[in-house]
Design a protein around this ligand. Structure first.
Ligand code: AKG
Ligand code: FE2
Length: 279
């Protein structure tokens, strides 16, 4: 298994990208339309937010899940006992957001949503007929006017040395949604699990855009596209003093979207959130 960045401008980009998703669950894009300056600025501005006490005024709403999740309520990945060493903010266009950060994050959300829609069209175009026959509606349609698509700003603080043994920044997990779009973070650490069980570093060159399959697309494609396990490992050496910021956009279908004979998007999500212990 190899993860190579696909040039978004190349004439074979769509095909190469979908092939990478099929083989590894991940696709890495370079030369894509998302502005690196905007991503950098979001990292800087949100790091300042996480380092200020203001964040506590934006404590998350239990029902709607928008807002700030402190480390004390952070996720416990499925099958794990220790909480991840992270805090995060769930941004939805309709949800709470600090006024000084709203315009920038909202523009990023909209631009990345547009790109996601195109990438779902690529995935649909290169799904074999017997796979796309399972899609109950076009994939890009599933996220249209969805209020569930979630932009998560993650802050992994510098390690203090007091962490619980075995706790890591993000324990091995699969994403729940259709696809995830993740700009390379400001520090390395993201790894994917290869078919032979080994862990591979995701090429984290600043400027790359990482896309991965989530469980909902695995379900909707009858397992053709694999929702690949990934994790974020702790830094070592002098890097322990560095915080890490990342910005995954989780593309979620509207709740009424039928994923398969077994699940709608809503029933699937409820089941998974209960397992995570966040509802
Ligand atoms: O921080 C990262 O690079 C990945 C985060 C992640 O996998 C997640 O929040 O689901
Ligand atoms: Fe993830």
């Amino acid at each position: 298994m190899k993860l190579e960045a696909v040039d978004y401008q190349s004439p074979t980009a769509a095909q190469d990208f979908v092939e990478s998703l099929r083989q590894t669950g991940f696709g890495v894009l370079k030369n894509h339309p998302i502005s690196q300056d905007v991503v950098s600025s979001i990292y800087t501005n949100w790091e300042a937010f996480f380092n200020s006490e203001d964040k506590h005024a934006f404590y998350y709403n239990k029902g709607s899940q928008d807002g700030f999740f402190p480390q004390a309520v952070s996720e416990v990945a499925k099958g794990f006992k220790k909480k991840d060493i992270k805090e995060y903010y769930h941004y939805y266009p309709w949800g709470q957001c600090p006024a000084n950060l709203k315009e920038e994050i909202d523009a990023y959300y909209c631009d990345t949503l547009t790109l996601a829609s195109q990438l779902l069209n690529w995935i649909e175009a290169y799904s074999p007929d017997n796979v796309s026959a399972h899609y109950k509606e076009p994939l890009s349609n599933m996220i249209k006017e969805s209020e569930q698509t979630l932009l998560r700003v993650l802050h992994y603080p510098p390690l203090s040395g007091d962490e619980e043994p075995d706790a890591i920044r993000a324990a091995a997990h699969e994403d729940i949604n259709l696809i995830t779009i993740l700009p390379a973070a400001n520090e390395p650490g993201l790894q994917v699990k290869a078919k032979d069980g080994s862990w591979l570093d995701v090429p984290s060159d600043f400027g790359n855009l990482i896309v991965n399959i989530g469980d909902m697309l695995q379900e909707a494609s009858g397992n053709y596209f694999p929702s690949t396990t990934h994790r974020v490992i702790n830094p070592e050496g002098t890097d322990v003093t560095k915080a890490r910021i990342s910005l995954p956009l989780f593309l979620h279908p509207r709740p009424d979207v039928v994923l398969s004979e077994r699940y709608t998007a809503e029933s699937y999500l409820q089941e998974r959130l209960k397992e995570l212990g966040v509802i």
